[in-house]
Design a protein around this ligand. Structure first.
Ligand code: UN1
Length: 494
């Protein structure tokens, strides 16, 4: 169902689409394949609701978020279970996804009593000035399926506390989780129309939202290609666009690295969420001195991973999201082989026993990869990683930076000097030292350089910049006309 103006309603076009369990291929729900007319209705409701919501004091807006966080916490186990079904990630990680939403919601609720601006002295006497954050209006929120509860919270919680209203278009692979998310917001007491959900596809719902004249802000997480389309569609109306796009994140392993730790970090970052995080480590750049040993250990670990449904406790690696994803991942295996990389393990869908019904791909490692190969340049979004041998630190940094994306990076070394050089020179929005590339916390900025985004950040204080406009206020209490920048006898040029 869609949720518009506080009512659960069918889509206007009458068509539906199914939500499919990636572990089994079963359907777990039918949702409206909505149209531009549904988007119009949702935007009208959000615009109407904004008139009051912008005037609700921010600490009161935050109270809804505190209740929402408490409700998610109560439902954490059920939501994680549902996520392991609808999206496929293993239960432990699904619970982490839900926890991230709780953390983000609480953090942003705290902003209800902060939302700090600045006060500054005036250059003129008897004059006061300050800057304040203003809500903007209706925010179009377009989210991916890989963090089906966390990412909506990254966008919707700050949008709301800042005094905006929302039209939310969730990924078509995880509509049920999106519906649960909004049901909990409703239960938390969010006034009608403040958040609206329109289920459906990018071609219809996404396009209509992005080009709608009454939606001044678009926040989108997804592929680079779609990000470019969003930017084009929004350009005509000079919308404020926030993009979180792809990654081709590298872990650097230097010759002095703690290899046990590096192996743990790589396995977690490359194969966690079946490689379907934009922060996933799809490249491992390794000093030649430790290359042989690291390769051997990683292959052994990958081959020991148990594939299965995310809700089964013994599962290490869940399915990928859908059949098209299997095909894309497999096409990159073929590309890697043709390019001359060595397929060390994996490289095929897993079909034995109950896996046959689902969308499983074996954890895949390529060795002897050259930094310029397509498998080392393009985002694959699956359990595939590329080992790239290098001769020294400088070559490692060059290889790490030699991609179009710049989200996350990591270095394993015991050398503080090289760690600091890496923190300065790795051209990414996030860098980890002696940890993998995933696991960003909610109170620091999240986002990347180059084609990973367009300069904005989610999470932390930085997120507020996406959802507010600065307003500068000047209050002159001198009782006469004072002119800034103009020389007078009283205020001669310095
Ligand atoms: C994403 O994959 O889009 O840092 C988000 C991490 C998670 C968020 C990933 N906290 O891996």
């Amino acid at each position: 169902m869609n949720y518009i103006g506080g009512e659960w309603v069918e889509g206007s076009g009458g068509e539906t689409f199914a939500s499919v369990v990636p572990a089994t291929g079963e359907t777990i729900g039918e949702f409206p394949r909505s149209t531009a007319a549904d988007v119009d209705r949702a935007v009208a409701a959000a615009k109407e609701a904004w008139r009051d919501w912008r005037l609700v004091p921010a600490p009161k807006r935050a109270e809804v978020l505190y209740r929402f966080a408490a409700l998610i916490a109560e439902q954490k186990d059920d939501l994680a279970d549902l996520m392991s079904r609808e999206m496929g990630k293993v239960k432990l990680e699904a619970a982490g996804d839900v926890q991230e939403a709780i953390d983000m919601t609480l953090y942003m609720a705290g902003e209800g009593r902060r939302l700090f601006g600045h006060t500054t002295p005036s250059e003129l006497p008897n004059k006061f000035q300050m800057s304040v954050r203003m809500p903007i209006g209706v925010v179009g929120v377009i989210t991916p399926w890989n963090f089906p509860i966390a990412i909506p919270s990254w966008k919707i919680a700050p949008a709301l506390v800042c005094g905006n209203t929302v039209v939310f278009k969730p990924a078509e692979d995880t509509p049920l989780l999106a519906q649960r998310f909004v049901e909990l917001l409703e239960e938390a007491g969010l006034p009608a129309g403040v958040v609206n959900v329109v289920q459906g596809f990018g071609e219809e719902v996404g396009e209509a939202l992005v080009s709608h004249p009454d939606v001044p802000v678009i926040t989108f997480t997804g592929s680079r290609e779609t990000g470019v389309r969003v930017t084009h569609a929004a350009a005509e109306q000079l919308k404020l666009v926030h993009l979180e796009l792809g990654g081709k994140n590298a872990i650097l392993v230097l010759d002095d690295a703690d290899l046990d730790l590096a192996v743990e970090g790589i396995v977690w970052s490359a194969f966690g969420t079946s490689g379907q995080r934009c922060t996933a480590a799809s490249r491992v750049i390794v000093h030649e001195q430790v290359y042989g040993e690291l390769q051997e250990r990683l292959v052994a670990r990958a081959e020991g991973m148990r594939l299965g449904p995310g809700w089964e406790e013994e599962t290490d690696l869940g399915p990928v999201i859908n059949r098209a994803s299997i095909e894309k991942i497999h096409s990159y295996t073929e590309i890697g082989k043709k390019e001359g990389a060595t397929l060390l393990t994996g490289g095929e869908p897993a079909r034995e026993g109950e896996l046959e019904q689902g969308f499983y791909y074996r954890p895949t490692i390529f060795g002897d990869v050259e930094a310029g190969m397509r498998i080392a340049q393009e985002e694959i979004f699956g359990p595939t990683t590329a080992l790239i041998p290098v001769k020294d630190f400088d070559e490692a940094i060059r290889a790490a930076n030699g991609v179009e994306y710049g989200l996350s990076s990591a270095i394993f070394t015991q050398d503080v000097n090289r760690a600091f050089r890496a923190m300065r020179d790795l051209d990414t929005g996030i860098t980890y030292v002696n940890a993998g590339t995933t696991g960003a916390e909610v109170h620091l900025p999240f986002g990347g350089t180059k084609h990973t985004g367009n300069g904005h950040r989610e999470a932390g204080q930085a997120a507020l910049d996406v959802f507010t406009e600065w307003k500068s206020l000047y209050i002159d209490y001198s009782g006469k006309l004072q002119r800034a920048q103009i020389d007078t006898e009283e205020h001669p040029a310095p």
